[in-house]
Design a protein around this ligand. Structure first.
Ligand SMILES: Cc1cc2nc3c(=O)[nH]c(=O)nc-3n(C[C@H](O)[C@H](O)[C@H](O)COP(=O)(O)OP(=O)(O)OC[C@H]3O[C@@H](n4cnc5c(N)ncnc54)[C@H](O)[C@@H]3O)c2cc1C
Length: 491
């Protein structure tokens, strides 16, 4: 296993549990990748992911933890899942967990849009039931096609006419594209889940991404920190005889006669390198990183497809350790702000904010953490003439914007730190520090996405570049599919 993010760890733990001999290598200090944590001055900061889907009964994490026979991490519901503040508005659009309360909220916030939401809900229900029957997408072998066909039911057909649609097209069809508040709200939420806004996001993906916030599904805030998810998976892996070697970088994937034979590993502490032979290799890396690791052995069609991909996004994140007095009373755990309608959704013009709760394990008594992230263009960070100054500017802007909601007077600020695409590149080894997968455009979603099977028969890819995309729940699906395919092929 190359990499121990949530996708890699889930695949590794499931394989070990099914009797495979598994060794996972990760170049970082701690497992979990974008869903890991770091500690500073008594605070525990979630590096990237802060809210989790799929913990409810029947949800993907729930199912996998049950199979692994490890306890599900303790968590509380995020209700609202998010409080979204549009420019100049002081009352948020609250995405409530209860479906009726959310319906009442959106009817009040976006009058005349109910038919649009109703269709989204219909598509979500059908897609959710379809996904629950474990289809393999995109299919690459007859077995995959069979899994896909077996998951289809008459009700799945309602989704078929929308396979090539975007959210923007549906808004236009309902005459809602000109509703600036609705379109902006959707742009903000979709950017979070799919990297792109209404004009590009595949409608079927959006239906699921927007639908999971309501009961019986929902978004959850883990007690302790996000690290608990990785820790439980590592415990399962090691209990079942698997090995995890941290600070071990995989530098190359070797092939012979079109099959993978092993990988070159470098121990960062000793500097020694060796070739680890393997019958099966699973990469928990981005598609761009996979092509680099394969070098000349990368199949040319695959390489060309990767080269043609649209640019992925980076993230700029500020991690604040604050006095609890900085947090307004009854502050929702997740908020999203847009400051100017004319600016981009990103580059500090919008911030997605996650706030710790008293006693949730992230801050000492009387203190709290605020983590604010914004999408950012990768190039400006990699080409910056004065990187430190750019980082400082971004940090100051983010703090000043957050100060419009939180009380961030200097004596409330205990710790300030920022992460840029360069930080993510260093700590997660993701190509150019791009995060969140490929973006859920029609051309990269579902049947058109990157498969877990690669063109090399004993090499798999898991993680947020593959179906069904980003998020700890998404990458767990990709791990589950990969393990089913390996079992089918190798027994
Ligand atoms: C700012 C931000 C906020 C987010 N918020 C949320 C959220 O609230 N909820 C949610 O569900 N998701 C969220 N996400 C997305 C989510 O974190 C990711 O989609 C998911 O965690 C990715 O998991 P992964 O398994 O694909 O890979 P990664 O997390 O990228 O892990 C890959 C691992 O592989 C290792 N690795 C890479 N290359 C090598 C190599 N050559 N040799 C050895 N090891 C290697 C890395 O060190 C890393 O540990 C967020 C992401 C970011 C950046």
């Amino acid at each position: 296993m190359i990499g121990a993010g949530i996708g890699g760890l889930t695949a590794a733990a499931l394989l070990a549990h099914r009797g495979y001999e598994v060794t996972a290598f990760d170049q970082a200090i701690a497992p979990g990748g974008c869903a890991s944590t770091f500690k500073r001055r008594g605070f525990t900061f979630d590096v990237g992911a802060t809210q989790v889907a799929g913990l409810e009964a029947g949800g993907i994490h729930h199912e996998i933890f049950q199979e692994l026979d490890v306890p599900l991490p303790a968590a509380t519901n995020c209700d609202p899942a998010c409080a979204v503040y549009l420019p100049g508005e002081t009352n948020p659009i609250s995405v409530w967990r209860d479906p009726q309360t959310w319906q009442a909220e959106r009817q009040q916030q976006f009058p005349g849009s109910e038919r649009f939401w109703h269709l989204l809900a219909t598509l979500f229900q059908a897609s959710w039931r379809f996904q629950g029957r474990e289809p393999v997408l995109p299919p690459r072998k007859p077995w995959d096609v069979w899994q896909l066909i077996s998951a289809v039911r008459p009700d799945t057909l309602v989704t078929a006419p929308f396979t090539f649609s975007t959210v923007g097209q549906l808004l236009k069809a309902f005459g809602l594209y000109g509703d600036r508040r609705l379109k902006t709200f959707l742009d903000m939420q979709l950017k979070l889940y799919s990297q792109v806004g209404v004009d590009e996001t595949a409608l079927l993906y959006a239906a699921t991404a927007l639908g999971v916030s309501q009961a019986p599904q929902g978004l959850f805030h883990l007690e302790g920190s996000m690290q608990v998810l990785s820790d439980r998976l590592v415990a399962a892996l090691e209990r079942d005889g698997g090995k995890l070697l941290m600070r071990h970088t995989v530098e190359q994937v070797h092939t012979e006669h079109g099959r993978v034979t092993g990988v070159t590993v470098r121990n960062q502490k000793t500097g020694s390198t060796w070739t680890e032979t393997a019958d099966i290799v699973v990469g928990n890396v981005t598609v761009q990183n996979l092509v680099t690791l394969l070098g000349d052995a990368a199949p040319s069609g695959y390489r060309r497809r990767v080269q043609k991909l649209d640019d992925s996004s980076g993230a700029f994140v500020v991690y604040l350790g604050v006095d609890q007095a900085a947090i307004p009373p009854d502050c929702p755990p997740h908020l999203q702000f847009l400051y100017d309608y004319d600016g981009p959704i990103g580059e500090n013009n919008s911030l997605f904010v996650s706030v710790s709760r008293p006693g949730d394990g992230r801050a000492p008594e009387g203190k709290a953490t605020i983590i604010a992230s914004s999408f950012t263009d990768l190039n400006q960070w990699h080409q910056a003439e004065n990187y430190d100054m750019l980082k400082q500017q971004y940090t100051e802007t983010a703090i000043s914007r957050l100060g419009q909601f939180f009380d961030l007077r200097p004596d409330h600020l205990v710790h300030v730190e920022a992460g840029t695409p360069k930080t993510f590149e260093r700590f997660t080894a993701r190509d150019r520090g791009a995060v969140g997968g490929l973006g859920m455009r029609v051309s990269t979603f579902g049947p058109f996405g990157f498969a877990n099977r690669t063109p090399i028969p004993n090499l798999w890819l898991v993680g947020d570049c593959t179906h069904p995309g980003e998020g700890t729940a998404g990458v767990s699906y990709s791990a589950q599919t990969t393990v089913r395919q390996i079992e089918e092929q190798f027994g």
